[in-house]
Each structure stands twice: as structure tokens, then as C-alpha cells.
Design a protein around this ligand. Structure first.
Ligand code: 5AD
Ligand code: SF4
Length: 469
């Protein structure tokens, strides 16, 4: 057991509470309903799978309609203001749902509510919210819910703690083909614009044994695509006594029996390097996809962001990755309009796009996050100008993505069919090894298998293809 792990007794206690709640439902002869709404990143989706696991074990079934639900859980995101505004809007609207169903329990969790100013606002102005807890307290959800079921009264738990790891609580995953697997939690990087280190606590790694065991179980259950999650997977293991590193973990996961792919996100350019790329190139199961956020192309901006690398270093890193894996699919995150970013500095970001030629990008306009250093930096660039830069960036990237996708046309590529699309012309969705989206003609009984697809067409966002009869 690592020093950040929650004790077995404490987990056992939550499991006992889960059992008690299930028992009470069974004795009362009721099958209660739960509704979970998830905002934000994959880590939040993964956390919601744990909430679903706990609720499922307590005897709850799930509904897509919040007005029917006995318990509503909203798992929030704090990374940008837009997501917060949506949460306020949706939580506000739940007043009506609760008026019609006064016993309904409304819980808010996730990164947004871990911020004291948000928790205070909910406490004062959203009085229909019964339970509020931050990401570090997720494992205590059964305890909060039991108290709320028995005593009413409001429960708020957002103590400022470095965070821990809770093993051994139930999980109900969203699909049967792709699975999230957290390898670490928290972030120590303190990029100056980012709220994550303040709400998700310090970096802490799960032990390699539990990760390998979980991956083995997923592979045995038939999952074909396992994505390892962490804010900065390249610093995996630094907090553990045995100091396993991420490459070692990849090697060990690669040895697990079965046909499946291993992906991971997110890598940080300051910690990723030759050893990682060499490992990727040597591990057959590790997907040829690297998500390597560079955020900005200009050295002054990168310094102000506290990113720990320069434009030249970033481009060299990509060259090294391509040296080991010429077929690597590259994606990245970019922020436009960081405080004080000049036109010339923005042009350095465009220059990176031209040079790195990413397959796809996740682009964001800077969003001021209270409590972060960047929130106090002078920001004189008008909103319209930021929007113009954002549009310019998108236009350039769209052209590059379109060109890169067009290069697949006429080729046969190995894909994993991962779902149904609802589009009768292309009923299947699939992903290439590098993670590009493919819309496929073919029979839906092929979902969940590796196939060779002929790529017949493409656009900016996807490839189109068919499965040979
Ligand atoms: N404003 C805009 N984008 C942000 N991100 C993180 N914080 C902010 C912010 N304050 C982006 C970064 C990160 C991605 C997950 O979200 O690009 O990589
Ligand atoms: Fe935020 Fe930077 Fe940590 Fe990513 S690495 S979560 S951008 S602080």
C-alpha cells in the first residue's frame, strides 16, 4: 500500500454503507433512480463511472431524465468559465425538478465546486443543492448520501487536502470496447493559467500492481482500447517508493495477454522524451498516438505560462518522436489570447502548427480562472481580437487536418470498430491505431473488433470507409 492510499478500513466502511443503502431499498421494495451529468475531461468521465458503480451497488437504476431521478449527481469542470456558466444554469433549473419531487437529493461534485468561492455561492444561492464535495472526497460519496437520506440537512465537503487514492470501490464503465484507466491523480505543474492543481490536489500515482491487475481484468472482459489517464502521465511513479516510471509501466501493460490497444493522456513536453518514444515504438500494443499539448508557440508566453520548455525544445521533441515512429499521430492543446499575447507572439503559435503538422488540435480561448497567477496579469487584448486569432488558428489547422486525412484515402488501415453511429450511410464508428475517427459502412455486429477498413473518403474531422464483405 502506498502512503497516499486510503486505508482498507476506511474503504470497507464505505462498502458497508453501500450495502446498508441497498438493503434499505430492498426492504422498502423500491428501485430508485439516479441521474448523472458529467462535464469536462476524461478524468471526470472516469470519476462518473465510479459514481455510477457506487450508485449501482446501492441498488439505483439510471435514468436520462432528471425529473424522474431520486438522486441527481452533477460532476462539474472548472477549467474554463463557459463550463461553469452551464453548470450554474442547469443547477438553477433543478429548482423546478425538486419542487415536483421534494425528496429528490441533488449532489454537486467535481473540480468546479472544490473552489471555495463556488461552494460559497452554491451554499447561499442554490439552496436546493443537498450535497457538495470536491474530487478528493469522491470515495466518500456513499457516506454523504446515507447521511442525506437519513438526516436531511446539507453536506458540504471541500476541505483543502493534498488528495489520496481510493482503491477497491465499484466501477460501472460506460461502454464495452473502450475503457479509461487512471494511473495517477492531481497535478504539480502549476501552469499559470490552470485551476487544476488547486482543485485536484498533488500528483499521486496508483501502484503499478493495481494498474496492471485492472488492465488485465479489462482485457479479459473484452475491452479493446484502454486509455491511461493522468494530468501528466510522464511524471508517473515519482511519488512512489519503488519509483517505477511510465515507460516501465507501458512495458508491463504491453505484456498482458489479449488483443487490445493502450493509449495514454496527457503527456507534458517538459517530462516526455526519448525513453518514452523508444518504449512506444517497441510496444506493439501501445497506440501510435501522442497527445502533447504545447499551449503556445512563443518563448515569453511559455515562460509566463510556467510551462518549462521553449518552442525550439518542443519542435525537437516532436522530431525525436517522429524519428522513432514515423507514422505517429500527433495532437495538441493550444490556448489563444493568454494575457498580454501580442500578434507577433501569436504568429509563433501558427508557426508551430506549420512545422509540427498536427493531425488534430484542441484549441481554447484563454479563460481567466480566479486564484491562478495569470488572473493577475494585465490582459489588454480585446475579446474580438482573441476571437480573430482563434479563427485564424482554426482555419490553418483545419486545412492541415484535411490534408492529413486525405492521405489515408485509397489505403487499407487497421481500425477498431467502437460503436454505432445512427447514420444509415455509415452505421459504424471506428478509430485508427493513431486514434483518428473513421465512419464505416458495414454490419453493426462488427462493433468491438479489429478490422481492416478501406478508406474511401475523408474530410477535416473524419475518415470514411468500408469493411470488405
Ligand atoms: N483557459 C483556457 N484553456 C485552458 N486550459 C487549461 N486552463 C485553461 C484556461 N484557463 C486548456 C489547456 C489544457 C486543456 C485541458 O485545457 O490547453 O491543456
Ligand atoms: Fe493544468 Fe498544466 Fe497541470 Fe495540465 S499540466 S493540469 S495545464 S497545471
Amino acid at each position: 500500500m502506498s502512503k497516499t492510499e486510503i486505508s482498507r478500513e476506511a474503504i470497507e466502511n464505505q462498502r458497508r454503507i453501500i450495502g446498508r443503502i441497498r438493503e434499505n431499498h430492498a426492504q422498502a421494495g423500491i428501485s430508485p433512480l439516479a441521474y448523472i451529468d458529467t462535464y469536462g475531461c476524461q478524468q471526470n468521465e472516469s470519476d462518473s463511472e465510479k459514481l455510477r458503480g457506487m450508485l449501482d451497488s446501492m441498488g439505483y437504476a439510471f435514468t436520462d431524465n432528471e425529473t424522474d431521478a431520486d438522486v441527481i449527481v452533477i460532476n462539474t469542470c472548472a477549467v474554463r468559465e463557459h463550463a461553469e456558466q452551464r453548470v450554474y444554469g442547469n443547477v438553477g433549473a433543478l429548482v423546478h425538478s425538486k419542487r415536483n419531487k421534494p425528496d429528490q437529493i441533488i449532489a454537486l461534485c467535481g473540480c468546479m465546486v472544490q473552489q471555495p468561492r463556488v461552494a460559497e455561492k452554491i451554499r447561499r444561492s442554490y439552496r436546493h443543492v443537498d450535497i457538495l464535495f470536491g474530487p478528493q472526497a469522491l470515495w466518500r460519496f456513499p457516506e454523504f448520501l446515507e447521511r442525506s437520506l437519513n438526516e436531511r440537512g446539507r453536506i458540504f465537503s471541500i476541505d483543502d487536502e493534498p488528495g489520496a487514492i481510493a482503491e477497491g470501490l465499484p466501477v460501472v464503465r460506460d461502454g464495452k470496447v473502450r475503457a479509461w484507466l487512471s494511473v495517477m491523480y492531481g497535478c504539480n505543474n502549476y501552469c499559470s493559467y490552470c485551476i487544476v492543481p488547486y482543485v485536484r490536489g498533488r500528483e499521486r500515482s496508483r501502484r503499478p500492481e493495481v494498474i496492471i491487475e485492472e488492465a488485465g481484468r479489462l482485457a479479459a472482459e473484452g475491452y479493446k482500447d484502454i486509455t491511461l489517464l493522468g494530468q501528466n502521465v510522464n511524471s508517473y511513479g515519482k511519488d512512489l517508493d519503488s519509483k517505477p516510471d511510465f515507460s516501465e509501466l507501458l512495458f508491463r501493460l504491453n505484456e498482458i495477454d489479449g488483443e487490445f490497444l493502450i493509449r495514454f493522456m496527457t503527456s507534458h513536453p517538459k517530462d516526455a522524451g526519448e525513453r518514452l518514444f523508444k518504449t512506444m515504438s517497441e510496444c506493439r500494443k501501445v497506440a501510435r498516438h501522442l497527445h502533447l499539448p504545447f499551449q503556445a508557440g512563443n518563448d515569453r508566453v511559455l515562460r509566463a505560462m510556467n510551462r518549462g520548455y521553449t518552442k525550439t525544445q518542443y519542435l525537437e521533441l516532436i522530431d525525436t518522436a517522429k524519428k522513432y515512429m514515423p507514422d505517429i499521430v500527433l495532437t495538441s492543446d493550444i490556448i489563444v489570447g493568454f494575457p498580454g499575447e501580442t500578434e507577433a507572439e501569436f504568429n509563433d503559435t501558427l508557426d508551430i502548427l506549420e512545422k509540427a503538422r498536427f493531425d488534430a488540435l484542441f484549441t481554447f480561448i484563454y479563460s481567466k480562472r480566479e486564484g491562478t497567477p495569470a488572473a493577475d496579469m494585465p490582459d489588454l487584448v480585446p475579446k474580438a481580437e482573441k476571437q480573430r486569432r482563434f479563427d485564424t488558428l482554426l482555419k490553418l489547422q483545419n486545412a492541415i487536418s484535411e490534408e492529413k486525412h486525405a492521405a489515408y484515402v485509397g489505403k487499407t488501415v487497421r481500425v477498431l470498430t467502437d460503436g454505432k453511429s445512427g447514420d444509415p450511410r455509415y452505421p459504424l464508428t471506428a478509430r485508427t491505431n493513431g486514434g483518428r475517427l473513421v465512419r464505416l459502412r458495414g454490419s453493426i455486429d462488427k462493433v468491438g473488433s479489429f478490422q481492416n477498413a478501406e478508406i474511401t473518403d475523408s474530410n477535416t474531422w473524419a475518415l470514411f470507409g468500408e469493411l470488405p464483405e
